[in-house]
Design a protein around this ligand. Sequence first.
Ligand SMILES: [Zn+2]
Length: 460
Amino acid sequence: MPFKSSAIHRKLLKILVIFFYLPGPLLAQEAVLISNARLVIGDGSVIENGSLLVRGGEIAAVSSGAIPVRDVARVIDGRGKTVIPALIDGHTHPGFQSRHDWGGHNYSPENLRENLEQYAWYGFAAAFSAGTDAEQMALEFQQNQRERYPNAARLLFSAGMGPQGQGPNDAFPLEVAAVAERTGQTILHGLYSPEQAVLEARGVAASGIDFIKIWVDDRGGSQRKLAPDVYRPLIAVSESLGLKVFVHQQFAGDMPDLLSAGAHGFLHGRLGDAFTAEIAEQTAASGAFVVPNLGLGELRREVIGEDPFLRAVLPDAGADGLTGSGRLPAGEIVRDEERESSLRDSLMRLLDAGADIVLGTDAGALPGHPFGYTGHRELEILVRLGMSPMQALAAGTSVAARHLEIDDLGLLAPGYSASLVILSANPLDDIRNTRTIERVFLEGREIHRDTIAARLSEAR
Ligand SMILES: [Zn+2]
């Protein structure tokens, strides 16, 4: 019966083909060897002509020489290439920016996924969302995230707290309130007394959220600042519950009291003359981190919509708002020398004091501040202001992981998740080479960057 036999044959072949092209966790178990590559470990060290073995989703071995090939499904020739740990953004607001517009109507698991896939396209393994998430939705998103959204960077998030009815920037509270209304979920916890603030922290800990973000900012006199008699007990009880408290503070001058209260990190650096050596030293001594977050102000002056590195994931209509309205090509932007040296000096004060600097962008907090892209640009800014490329990469990998309590990301080391980026050019020579992404692996599995870019850049 030749017909039947060939039908069975075809069916078998189809099963085999499906097996070979199956993208999911099945192939995550395959071993991959990257040989002869420059390995930027993430802790400030580098191995030239090294090898790295991925097995079972983890980094199984890192060697300065060859690793014997045995049971390895795939060998990647790393000659001339650089491997870095996948990056981490320590300050973002996913959910509100979609491919088409910005606002609370976009906030959904599907849009979170899309934003975090954009992060993955840019070589990010995790992103820390700072206080603007519908808490139950975000918790559900986190559960089994790797199985359900294998192409997305890992979502970390914090409960958001500020004076009752206040919090983020002027447009944001309305959008956040709209999401809270639509989902029936808590997003911003309004604080009005020390006792109630303590109860809120206990509630957050009980719900399984590991971080609290507080806003200490009067928004140029339009809001009430969170008072020390409220944030002090809040931070103290959070500490006792194992929660970390990160701060949005408008002025460096607010930092000493927040530091003495035990704040774990600052999501806006407020670098400049007011960021004194004393504050830098106090920051270092307390072990808190600072996210300089300078691209937020800078990039809206630039025609980023024409940058091919951003255009790759933008629909044509999405580029419009990022090209006009007073924006200039990067080469034509004249920087105020006084401000530049003030920023540089204060960043140096932080580095000299030995304080931890973490990469963060505030992406998604307002329209047109794109996920992932802004992280690469922030690395450039950090280097422009005096960090070495190696220091900047550590800020976006191991240092960020440590402060965000991610124990399996940020280093190319055995036992760590195999979340890494293969670059075709060396970022230690020029930090802009973090743009030369050839492949991104998340937890041992190569993500499909072309598929992600095709969907992100689709017209409505
Ligand atoms: Zn923010």
